[in-house]
Design a protein around this ligand. Structure first.
Ligand code: DQA
Length: 148
């Protein structure tokens, strides 16, 4: 499967940003965990990665994924989760199966983080497991794609 992993704004320095909330491990740990603890999974997918802070840049990249017939997404929209109708609209129309992931449990934090304009278009959401959310999200996505 061709899979694109997308990180939104302020997610370029995971492991360094507010480690009390988001953990001390970076995106490199996702690769390490996949190689070590999920044998065979990486052989089954062609995994690309993208991070951008701008809403438009993310939408442009998602449109490209649609054009390229990318089969699945794992996406952490960051704060755009709570604010971006534009990103929600994009995820709705490109209709690429995706799992929304968050490092933190967005329902256990400030009230505004419970507002979510993106998850309605996802297969499901994995939140609160730090960097492991990405690994679990990828597993869930592949499980779904296998079931098609
Ligand atoms: C986040 C949660 C969002 O509320 C926040 O704005 C982020 C990161 C997470 O992964 O926990 O930037 O998406």
């Amino acid at each position: 499967y061709t899979v694109l992993m997308v990180n939104g704004p302020n997610l370029g320095y995971i492991g360094r940003r507010d480690p009390g909330t988001y953990g001390t491990r970076g995106m490199d740990a996702v690769q390490t965990i996949l190689e070590k603890d999920r044998p065979g999974l990486l052989d089954r997918i062609e995994l690309n990665y993208f991070q951008a802070n701008g809403e438009g840049e993310i939408i442009d990249r998602l449109e490209k994924a649609w054009k390229d017939n990318v089969q699945g997404l794992v996406i952490n929209p960051g704060a755009y989760t709570h604010t971006s109708l534009a990103l929600g609209d994009c995820l709705a129309w490109i209709n690429i199966p995706h799992v929304e992931v968050h490092l933190s449990n967005i329902w256990s934090r400030e009230e505004i983080r419970r507002q979510n304009l993106t998850a309605a278009h996802s297969l499901g959401v994995i939140a609160g497991f730090g960097i492991m959310s990405y690994v679990l999200g990828l597993e869930a996505l592949v499980w779904y794609l296998d079931s098609l």
